[in-house]
Design a binder for this molecule. Structure first.
Ligand code: AGP
Length: 611
């Protein structure tokens, strides 16, 4: 996934583009570049560099680019290594057009070979470069926006584009299919960006472009059409959160800030969504109750951490709603022979709402007539537009690549959805729901309790940061917590880690146990507590280094294990909202101790908008 930003207005473009790019750095950061049209000379000047945006910034400090219209890009490489030549923006043979692109052009090879035969000279190995040469080819006889539309109709794949040309130096063109693109509407200036944080310093008025739409921006105008040139009218949306939410606010990393935001976020969600008579309020749901009543089974589709939230959702929905739930990773769901139809509710879980495999899975589900509900954190994202109904998680922008606050907000959405459906289906009375919601409302305080113990958790984590691998074990509703704990650790510290159902230990993983491996055992009081205690004894007998997550007051474990992180007691069904916090902190502090780039771990991006 890459970050795009464009500017047209009266102010110097360079610094506006750079600061917007920095707010998009979580989307991709292996190289970056900028193109600006010089006001007097009417020529495009371009600067590109491999590495982080800071490298580009220092080069521009030495030799700035001047102009009031430009585009910029931070890259997550798909085709071609992160080199200067492959960095965006890319230009045509004569350098009169520049473009930035997020997505994948699947038919680029055939397009490239015919363009080369026609005499176009390519400078990069990217798929993107074919786009600018096609525009050049068509631009000879028609205006820029027409040339862009004609080009886009030839492309297979996905794109979010920004285009400028020295022949029409007052125009900035944007277009999208399969990758997000927004327009920031300012006063005497307009913006293009992949995501909202990039424009919030200048405007809170945003227009979300939809699929197959093209926008033509000047400093005072915005025109949106489809790819055949038909005009489209679209109101702007006022963004309610401010850039401070996307800022670090004194924390060392976005991830640590977002871990600590969780109690407040859960509290807000519960305040917003639980009415005075303990009714669950899901006002943006928009799926008629009659549709829900017909549901005979549920199919959850998601990736990564969102998939783990879906696995917890399975336990929640089956226990509370008595409806069978299937959970798939999106990349499997979309290619499986799906046996779903109108009586299957498909729940797509995604923080970004832009994950390619999840979007594709939803498309497959809709083809089969299944109603689709998305649990999503980004207003107006592609997934929300592909769904029949949405439950927004309202976790605010999640900048750290490792998902934390979005995960617990997704869990909260599952609890609320389960109570909503249980009442609709007459499975649970309002009184019973009220008493469960009363317990759920205690969770933010309990999370605060855990976060008060961060220093001790950090010390414990650092004591194990030298170990070469970790095993995470959990049972029942905390089996997904084990998977999530392992993913957090591996993706930011690069230590091999795997999550396992503890009951599976004797079926293989026990062979791994020795004094060089840490085993994180998630064992709050529960109906499977004693089973976990036996697993812990088996690990102790093989000198495994155990870290236990246990309930306050659990003296039994204290006798057996030195390293115990205690969490407040709560009804078993809500425990994943608590057990995950120590797991997030263990991963964070080990990664910091190992000097890893916590917010922008290698090879990863915040949202995987390509397959
Ligand atoms: C989680 O920490 C990872 N960053 C990754 O697994 C992520 O959860 C996954 O890519 C899904 O992203 P989404 O929620 O935006 O769809």
């Amino acid at each position: 996934m890459c970050g795009i930003i464009g500017y047209v207005g009266n102010r110097p473009a360079q610094d506006i583009l750079l600061s917007g790019l920095k707010r998009l750095e979580y989307r991709g950061y292996d190289s970056s570049g900028i193109s600006v049209i010089h006001s007097e000379k009417n020529k495009i000047s371009t600067r590109k560099s491999p590495g982080k945006i800071a490298v580009l910034e220092s080069s521009l400090k030495k030799k700035p680019l001047s102009g009031i219209i430009g585009i910029a890009h931070s890259r997550w490489a798909t085709h071609g290594a992160p080199t200067q030549a492959n960095a965006h923006p890319h230009q045509d043979c004569k350098g009169g057009i520049a473009i930035v692109h997020n997505g994948i052009i699947e038919n680029y090879a055939s397009l490239k070979s015919s363009l080369i035969k026609e005499g176009h000279r390519f400078k990069s190995q990217t798929d993107t470069e074919v786009i600018v040469h096609l525009i050049e080819k068509f631009y000879k006889r028609i205006p820029l926006e027409e040339a862009v539309r004609k080009t886009l109709r030839l492309l297979d794949g996905s794109f979010a584009l920004g285009v400028i040309s020295s022949r029409e130096p007052d125009k900035l063109i944007g277009a999208r299919l399969g990758s997000p693109l927004i327009v920031g509407v300012g006063k005497g200036e307009n913006f293009l960006a992949s995501d909202v944080p990039a424009v919030l310093d200048s405007t809170k008025e945003v227009v979300f472009l939809e699929e197959n739409e093209l926008a033509v921006l000047t400093k005072d105008s915005l025109k949106i059409t489809d790819l055949n040139g038909r005009p489209i009218s679209r109101n702007s949306v006022r963004i309610t959160w401010d850039i401070a939410h996307a800022e670090m606010q004194g924390y060392k990393h976005f991830m640590l800030k977002e871990i600590n935001e969780q109690p407040g976020i859960i509290e807000n969600i519960l305040k917003m969504r639980i009415g005075p008579e303990a009714q669950v309020i899901l006002e943006e749901l928009e799926i008629p109750q009659a549709v829900f009543k017909k549901i005979k089974n549920i199919s959850v589709v998601a990736c990564g951490t969102a998939y783990h939230a879906g696995l917890v959702g399975k336990y929640i929905l089956e226990e509370i709603c008595k409806v069978p739930v299937n959970v798939d990773v999106s990349s499997e769901f979309r290619y499986r022979g799906l046996l779903i139809g109108q009586d299957t509710l498909v729940i797509a879980v995604s923080q970004s709402g832009e994950t390619a495999d999840t979007l594709a899975g939803v498309k497959e589900a809709r083809k089969r007539g299944a109603p689709v509900l998305s649990i999503c954190n980004v207003l107006g994202s592609s997934l929300t537009r592909e769904s029949d109904g949405v439950i927004y998680t309202y976790a605010g922008p999640e900048i750290g690549v490792a998902s934390t606050k979005a995960y617990t907000a997704q869990l909260a959405a599952f609890y609320l959805l389960a109570f909503y459906l249980a009442e609709l289906k007459g499975v649970l009375s309002r009184e019973k729901i009220a008493s469960l919601l009363c317990e759920l409302k205690k969770i933010p305080k309990a999370q605060e309790e855990i976060l008060k113990n961060q220093a001790a958790i950090a010390t414990l984590a650092k004591r194990h940061s030298h170990l070469g691998s970790f095993l995470y074990l959990g049972r029942h509703i905390n089996y997904p917590s084990a998977l999530e704990g392992a993913l957090k650790l591996k993706e930011i510290s690069y230590i091999p880690a795997e999550g396992y159902a503890a009951g599976e230990m004797k079926h293989g993983p026990i062979a791994l146990i020795d004094e060089y491996r840490a085993v994180v055992c998630i064992n709050p009081y529960s109906h499977v507590y004693e089973k976990m205690v036996s697993n812990i004894q088996e690990i102790r007998a093989r000198r495994g280094k155990i870290i236990a997550i246990a309930s306050f007051g659990d003296e039994k474990l204290k006798e057996q294990i030195k390293e115990v992180i205690y969490i407040p007691g709560c009804p078993e069904i809500f425990s994943p909202l608590l057990t995950v916090l120590p797991l997030q902190l263990i991963a964070y502090h080990i990664a910091v101790k190992r000097g890893c780039d916590v917010d922008q771990p290698r090879n990863l991006a915040k949202s995987v908008t390509v397959e």
